[in-house]
Design a binder for this molecule. Structure first.
Ligand code: M6R
Length: 610
């Protein structure tokens, strides 16, 4: 949560920082601010609300001479999203400025001690405490680097920080612990940021900072130090292959829509190098050296959790591996028992989700091997897992996850095939059918998406006024029902619940009335007849129904329902097309209601706090 950026070099810093913040706005967007060094002083400008309001303020200011600065876009944790709580924060004597992503858990005890020493506070934030803690170390005579490190050693919690001082007006210091931070290396300029797109137009050479590291950048130099010892550290530079195009809207109105339409390519990219169609084989080189687990514990949050629920039956039926799926925030606090031979499989698009990362660390402490399924290369989860399967979806900018889920489903399905084959338990014909189906899936999806969008628009127009929605499915459609409900909730702010269709009669059916929609996921599978009975129970109570189904189930059987018919795919692959339909329905519903699709209220893309 929150995006930070720092720059020092030869170009005007403020326009660069604003441009970078725009590409980090997905991380938080309730207030923003910049700090820039000009004429030997640090100037701070902050604004409540979206970045455009900060730009309006800056429009009337002379900032063109500043070539060093830093910026912040906020998702509030401590204190309301007001200008006063917006970053950067100054130390109480005004000498230091700090931007922060994360939470300082023991800020209150430090605040009390600092107040005792005469420090004043003007915001409700933990960040203002930390900047004063650094200032206090500096006042005690420590050089700035040492003062920064000493203060960080006293801070508990998660942070990615950038720090400036008028004593060194062309220097930015930055540090991380349990929150993402990268260093970008340019020619006569250097960058720090929470995510690569912030500086991608200017450099693709990146250093991934680790927990417990501080970096000092000037226009021509950079050096990483250990926070603990202040020893200089050797760091490896990585060259980023993807370009800015991948992080821009490419003609679509919203990132979400672009990312929905990217799914055919994302599925193909995830298969590339893993599927040998000629030999009808799947290989996952990243798992070649890892033992096949005798039991699998999938741990994830949100949409990634739904990917795990969707894939669990594949690990069981194709690979014969008993699999359970847990929400990371629950797993981490319940002392889970992990058996010998068991592996924890963490799924995370960002690779930075605090709860999922904590679950990974717990598993490792218990000597349980951890496999990561991750999108972001260089993320904490990718670096800390014993083995990582990258989903190769490219940057996902929209806060609402779409293509990440398709890529996770593809990667997990391939893993189940791979392990099932290696263990010699894959049911006959499954490899053949699955690979045949997968190879035609991207084309199939690409052809279907434009029509699906039109159908979604029509349905959204008819049902967006509903006061509530159920998303209902059985078997592998159940996790997708959860995902459909999550998408509608987060984008449209309509109360929506995902349920196993068979659970309706145990309570939820009491909510059914003429303006409460039930959206059934009922593909042409062995459970269709059961879902149909549940659907009729809703219709008998005058509840409106949409049913997402396949051609073979159309017609008389579903006469009274609003049917949305998708082309049929093989077995679990039906889930990919149903997912697109659900994503488009939620997108069009939110658009119909005039909601901010890419930046829904109260949310942020990367949840690096608990
Ligand atoms: O980056 P992660 O996959 O670990 O994120 C987990 C959830 O925060 C995320 O899937 C969230 O539920 C979606 N953005 C919702 O659309």
């Amino acid at each position: 949560m929150c995006g930070i950026i720092g720059y020092t070099g030869h170009r005007p810093a403020v326009p660069f920082i604003i441009e970078g913040l725009r590409r980090l706005e997905y991380r938080g967007y309730d207030s923003s601010g910049v700090c820039y060094a000009q004429s030997g002083r640090l100037n701070v400008v902050r604004a409540e609300g979206k970045l455009a309001l900060l730009e309006d303020k800056l429009a009337n200011m002379e900032v063109s001479l500043a070539t060093t600065g830093m910026g912040h876009t906020r998702w509030a944790t401590h204190g309301a999203p007001t200008e006063n709580n917006a970053h950067p924060h100054r130390s109480s004597r005004g000498e230091l400025c700090l931007v922060h992503n994360g939470i300082i858990e023991n800020y209150q005890e430090h605040k009390n001690a600092l107040i005792g020493k005469g420090y004043c506070f003007s915001s409700d934030t933990d960040t203002e405490v930390l900047v004063n803690l650094i200032a206090d170390e500096r006042a005690a005579g420590m050089p700035l680097l040492q003062a920064f490190a000493n203060a960080l050693k006293k801070a508990q919690g998660a942070f990615a920080l950038a720090l400036m001082s008028p004593e060194e007006p062309d220097v930015v210091y930055a540090a991380r612990h349990s929150a993402p931070l990268l260093l970008g290396i340019g020619q006569g300029e250097n960058f720090v940021a929470s995510d690569i797109p912030a500086f991608l137009p200017y450099t693709r050479d990146v250093v991934f900072l680790e927990d417990g590291e501080i970096v000092r950048i000037t226009p021509g130099t950079w050096q990483v130090f250990s926070i603990e010892s202040l020893e200089p550290l050797d760091k490896r530079t990585h060259h980023i292959e993807w370009d800015l195009q991948a992080a821009q809207k490419g003609g679509f109105k919203h990132f979400m829509l672009k990312e929905i339409f990217e799914q055919p390519r994302v599925i193909a990219d995830c298969m590339a190098g893993r599927v040998d169609m000629a030999r009808r084989e799947v290989s996952i080189p990243e798992l070649a050296d890892a033992n096949i687990p005798s039991r699998l514990r999938i741990v994830a949050c949100g949409t990634s959790f739904h990917a795990g629920l969707w894939a669990a039956p594949l690990f069981e039926t194709w690979a014969g591996i008993p699999t359970t799926v847990e929400i990371a925030s629950e797993f981490r606090y319940r002392s889970p028992l992990l058996e010998a031979g068991e592996a924890v499989l963490v799924i995370s698009q960002s690779g930075e989700t605090a709860d999922t990362l904590a679950a990974l660390r717990i598993a490792r402490e218990k000597d349980c091997p951890v496999i990561g399924v991750c999108n972001v290369v260089g993320s904490s989860i990718a670096r800390e897992a014993d083995a990582v399967v990258f989903t190769q979806a490219g940057p996902e900018i929209s806060v609402a996850s779409t293509k990440a889920l398709s890529s996770q489903m593809t990667a997990l399905l391939l893993m189940a095939l791979y392990w099932g084959h290696r263990r010699g338990v894959l049911p006959a014909g499954v490899m053949q059918e699955a690979l045949h189906g997968l190879s035609s899936l991207p084309g199939h999806m690409e052809n279907s998406l434009p029509a699906l969008r039109e159908q979604a628009k029509g349905l959204a127009r008819r049902y967006s006024a509903c006061k509530g929605m159920f998303f209902l499915g059985r078997g592998q459609s159940f996790p997708l029902a959860l995902e459909g409900a999550l998408k509608v909730k987060e984008l449209s702010y309509i109360h929506a619940e995902g349920y196993a269709a068979g659970e309706m009669k145990h309570g939820p059916i009491a909510l059914i009335e003429p303006d409460f929609l039930s959206f059934f996921l009922a593909p042409h599978d062995a459970l269709f007849a059961k879902s149909k009975s549940n659907l009729e129970e809703v219709q008998a109570r005058s509840g409106p129904v949409i049913v997402l189904t396949n051609p073979h189930t159309e017609g008389k059987e579903l006469r009274a329902a609003e049917t949305w018919t998708l082309p049929e795919a093989w077995g679990p692959l039906n889930g990919f097309l149903m997912l697109c339909a659900l994503q488009l329905f939620s997108y069009e519903t939110a658009t119909c209601l005039g909601k901010d699709v890419d930046q829904p209220r109260n949310l942020a893309k990367s949840v690096t706090v608990e």
